[in-house]
Write a new protein. Sequence first.
Lengths: 199, 98
Amino acid sequence: MGIISRGFGGRRRESVPGLPPGQYLTHDFPVLSAGPTPRVPLDRWRFTITTETGEKTSWNWSEFQALPAEDFTVDIHCVTKWSKLGTTWRGVSLDTLLGDVESSADYTMAHSFGGYTTNVPMEDLLDGKAWVVYKFEGEDLHPEHGGPARLLIPHLYFWKSAKWVTGLTLMPEDEPGFWEAAGYHMYGDPWREQRYQGD
Amino acid sequence: MTATSTEEFEDGATLDGNAMAGDLREVFAVDVTSARYMCAGCRHTDAVATLRLWNRAPGLVARCPNCEDVVIRVVRAPDKVYLDLRGSVRLEVPLEGV
Ligand SMILES: [Zn+2]
């Protein structure tokens, strides 16, 4: 911390050691959106995992709330170059959600209300690396930020953390989602700066 | 309905298809915002300039004002532009001076 007050010139870019390459630090929470914000009533909300054989496991909102939740703090990195450190969330680990699902699929596709999709390898969802979150900084997750619930995979660029997530399809082969089909990287590791195809 | 960059459409888009002109000018020798699209979702057809544009995103997302399906996606990498047209059945581009 320097002697010059932070917050002076709110949009000033800080370059901070320890951030992934090409990223700058932001203190606000930019809203990125590829379409209209869906307003999902909780009585219509469901999260469904569909395996490669078509078996479905699903939770409605109250069943989902009854699952063991975790509170955790992580850094997030958006491909549009902002990073936000020390964000606090509450949600259900994908280890819990995938625990009883019979599958040998190596890849998954996350689906959202509104039609958004993004592909994530199965191993990136397991071992405490990914959650379906419904609280941010102690508050219900706002629709602008993906509420009622979004995927959170902090070790990948934030476009992989699908807002308004409604389920996962498990797949034997990798397939591109919404942004991956339009030129973004299939995997999206911020530490290797995998922004676009070929990076 | 017209909108400037400071207004918002009811569906939350801040811009219309005219705002893609700059990026598309680098790809095509014609002004694509004056071309007509046909939406692959609902077959609605109109000028590209009338699409609803979301630009606070990793790319530009232009949606059909009739059915909200994505018609055009534009992604800018440092050394190339990706143009994803799977949401449009066709583009009808007027040729100048013919
Ligand atoms: Zn349409």
